[in-house]
Design a protein around this ligand. Structure first.
Ligand SMILES: [Zn+2]
Ligand SMILES: [Zn+2]
Ligand SMILES: [Zn+2]
Ligand SMILES: [Zn+2]
Ligand SMILES: [Zn+2]
Ligand SMILES: [Zn+2]
Length: 544
C-alpha cells in the first residue's frame, strides 16, 4: 500500500496518494522527494497540475467563479470529500470520517466531532475578493486576508501610476491587428542566431557541454578528438618576478614549470572527471510552452520582462516576473519569484527588487515558487500559439528556461540608432520621446514589459520608416565590410613589402650591389573611405 510519509497515512492506490499530495495544503513547500512514493508522482493527475509548487496548487485546486477575461483554464476533477481542516481529500464520506486528522492534536475520532469541526473551519476560511483576475486564494485569518488585499491594492496603485506616467497605446484586438503582429514574428534562423533556444536540449547535448573539472575541456571536444587522457596542472599558475632576468614570468607552482609552448602538464589521468550532471543540467533544461487545449483561448500576445539576482555561486537567479497583455496593456502577472538558493545580491540598481521586498513577499505568501512556479503562472495565460514580446527576450526566456516558438523581440524590430544605445531607455527616448527606467530605485519590471510592447507597436505603426532605416543600416554595414576588406589587403601588402625589404637589405649587406628602389614600409597610405559614406548621406535621407 503506498504511504504518504509526512502524514503517516496509507492509500489504497497510487492515484489516491497522488491526489492527496496534490490537494493537501499540508504538503506546501515540502520537498518532492520526501513525499514521493516508488512510482513517479504524476500518474492520474492532469499534466498541467503536475506541480509541487504551493502557489499554483493554492490557486488552482478548487473551482472558482469564471470571469470573462480570466484564462479559461481547465479545472482538475475536484475530489468530493475534502476535510475542511487538513485539506486532505477522500473518495468516500466514510474515508473522510475515518481519517485521523493530524493537523489537530489527538485528531477527531468520531464523525460527529469532525462534522462540527469542519463546519466551523470552513466558515473561517476567508476567500480573496480583491484580485482581478481572481487569485482564488483563501485565508485562515482576517489578518492574512488583509495583508493580501493591501499587497493587491499597492499593485493596483502602481499600475495607475504607470498608466499616468507614460502614454501607453491600447490596440483593438482585431483579426487585422493580430495579423499585423504575426508578420513581425522572427524567423527560426534569426532567433537561433540571436541566442534563442527553440527546442529543449537533449540530455546528451547537455552532458556534452560539461567541462572536465581537472583539464577544463568540454566533453564534446574531448570526444571529438577521441581524447580520454586528462592532462592538467593541479595548481593555478602564478605570476613571479625573475630577479636575474628582470622579467615577469608565469609559473605553475605544482611542478615549477614556466607557462609556454614547452610546458608539459604535470598530472596525467586516464580519464576526465566531469561536473555533476544534475547540478549542471538544471540551468540548461528548457521546457516547451504547452500546446493549446481544445476549446481554450489563452492570451494571443503578451509582453514579458524578468529581473534577476545573483547567487553565491554567481549564477543568475530569476527574482521577478511581469507579464502584460499586448493589446490592452493590462498587467497579468507582477510577482516576485523566490529563488531556490540564497542570493548574494538582488542587483537592486537594475532589478528594482530589494532584499526587504523579497522578505516581505515570502512573509505574506505573495510570491512565485522558483522558476517552475513562475512558468506555471505564465502558462495560465499563454500556450504555444501565444506571441511573446520582450526586449532581448532570450535573456528572460533563458531565466525561465522556456523554449517558445513565436517571438517578437523589440530589439530585433527597431532600427539601430547607434552602437551603444539600444537599451529600452535610449530607444524609448529617441523613438517615442518617452522616459522609462528613470527611477533611482531601479527598473520597474512591468514598465519594462510595457516599454518593449510600446516599441513593437511603434515599429508596426512606422513600418515605412523602419524599412527605410533597415536599408540604410544594410548599406552602412556593406561600407564597413568593404573598408575592412580593403584594409586587410593593405596590411598584407605592407607585410609583403616589409619581408621583401628585409631580404633586400640582407642581400645588400652580403653582396653590396645596388638595385631598383623598392617603396619603403609606410609609403602606401591607409585609404580614406569616408567619402563613400558622405556620398551616400548627401543623397538625402530626411527622416533620420
Ligand atoms: Zn499526506
Ligand atoms: Zn482533517
Ligand atoms: Zn487575491
Ligand atoms: Zn604542474
Ligand atoms: Zn580532463
Ligand atoms: Zn527589466
Amino acid at each position: 500500500m503506498p504511504r504518504c510519509v509526512p502524514c503517516e497515512r496509507d492509500f489504497q492506490d497510487e492515484v489516491a496518494l497522488n491526489q492527496h499530495q496534490m490537494y493537501s495544503l499540508n504538503h506546501k513547500n515540502k520537498p518532492a522527494r520526501q513525499i514521493r512514493s516508488q512510482k513517479p508522482a504524476n500518474e492520474g493527475i492532469p499534466k498541467d497540475y503536475n506541480s509541487t509548487d504551493g502557489y499554483a496548487r493554492r490557486t488552482q485546486a478548487r473551482p472558482r467563479p469564471s470571469y470573462d477575461s480570466a484564462p479559461h483554464s481547465v479545472q482538475p476533477e475536484v475530489p468530493k470529500y475534502i476535510c475542511g481542516h487538513c485539506d486532505s481529500n477522500f473518495k468516500s464520506k466514510r474515508d473522510l470520517e475515518q481519517h485521523s486528522c493530524n493537523t489537530r492534536k489527538g485528531g477527531f475520532s468520531g464523525s460527529e466531532s469532525l462534522t462540527q469541526h469542519e463546519s466551523t473551519q470552513i466558515e473561517h476560511k476567508f476567500p480573496c475578493a480583491f484580485c482581478y483576475p481572481p487569485c482564488g486564494r483563501k485565508f485562515e485569518t482576517l489578518e492574512a486576508l488583509d495583508i493580501h488585499s493591501r499587497a493587491v491594492e499597492e499593485k493596483n496603485e502602481m499600475n495607475i501610476a504607470r498608466r499616468t506616467k507614460n502614454k501607453w497605446s491600447i490596440i483593438q484586438e482585431t483579426p487585422e491587428a493580430i495579423e499585423k503582429l504575426r508578420t513581425m514574428i522572427h524567423s527560426k534562423e534569426l532567433l537561433e542566431k540571436s541566442g534563442y533556444k527553440l527546442e529543449p536540449l537533449t540530455e546528451e547535448s547537455i552532458s556534452d557541454q560539461r567541462k572536465c573539472v581537472n583539464c577544463h575541456e568540454k566533453r564534446f571536444k574531448s570526444r571529438a578528438r577521441l581524447n580520454t587522457t586528462c592532462r592538467f596542472h593541479p595548481k593555478k599558475p602564478t605570476k613571479k618576478f625573475n630577479r636575474s632576468t628582470g622579467d615577469r614570468e608565469i609559473l605553475f607552482p605544482c611542478c615549477g614549470q614556466l607557462e609556454g609552448p614547452d610546458c608539459e602538464k604535470c598530472v596525467v589521468n586516464d580519464q576526465h572527471i566531469y561536473e555533476d550532471f544534475d547540478t549542471f543540467a538544471e540551468k540548461l533544461t528548457f521546457v516547451k510552452t504547452p500546446a493549446p487545449l481544445p476549446g481554450i483561448q489563452k492570451r494571443r500576445a503578451v509582453a514579458l520582462d524578468c529581473e534577476m539576482g545573483t547567487s553565491y555561486t554567481n549564477s543568475s537567479e530569476l527574482i521577478q516576473l511581469s507579464v502584460v497583455d499586448y493589446f490592452t496593456g493590462e498587467s497579468l502577472i507582477d510577482m516576485l519569484v523566490r529563488p531556490k538558493v540564497q542570493l548574494r545580491s538582488f542587483n537592486t540598481r537594475y532589478s528594482g527588487v530589494t532584499r526587504e521586498m523579497m522578505a516581505q513577499a515570502i512573509a505574506t505568501g505573495e510570491y512565485l515558487n522558483g522558476v517552475e512556479g513562475a512558468r506555471n503562472e505564465l502558462w495560465k495565460w499563454i500556450d504555444s500559439t501565444t506571441i511573446l514580446i520582450g526586449h532581448s527576450l532570450h535573456c528572460d526566456l533563458r531565466e525561465l528556461r522556456l523554449a517558445h516558438p513565436l517571438i517578437v523581440d523589440s530589439l530585433l524590430c527597431v532600427p539601430k540608432i547607434n552602437a551603444s544605445g539600444n537599451g529600452l531607455k535610449t530607444l524609448m527616448k529617441e523613438l517615442l520621446g518617452q522616459k522609462v527606467q528613470d527611477s533611482k530605485s531601479g527598473h520597474d519590471c512591468v514598465e519594462d514589459a510595457l516599454a518593449s510592447r510600446e516599441l513593437v507597436i511603434w515599429c508596426i505603426q512606422n513600418e515605412d520608416l523602419v524599412a527605410e532605416r533597415a536599408i540604410i543600416s544594410q548599406r552602412e554595414e556593406e561600407i564597413r565590410r568593404q573598408e575592412r576588406e580593403a584594409n586587410n589587403i593593405l596590411k598584407e601588402e605592407r607585410l609583403r613589402l616589409k619581408l621583401e625589404q628585409e631580404q633586400f637589405d640582407g642581400g645588400l649587406e652580403s653582396s653590396n650591389s645596388s638595385s631598383a628602389p623598392i617603396p619603403r614600409v609606410g609609403e602606401i597610405m591607409e585609404h580614406d573611405f569616408s567619402y563613400m559614406r558622405d556620398e551616400y548621406y548627401s543623397q538625402g535621407s530626411n527622416s533620420w
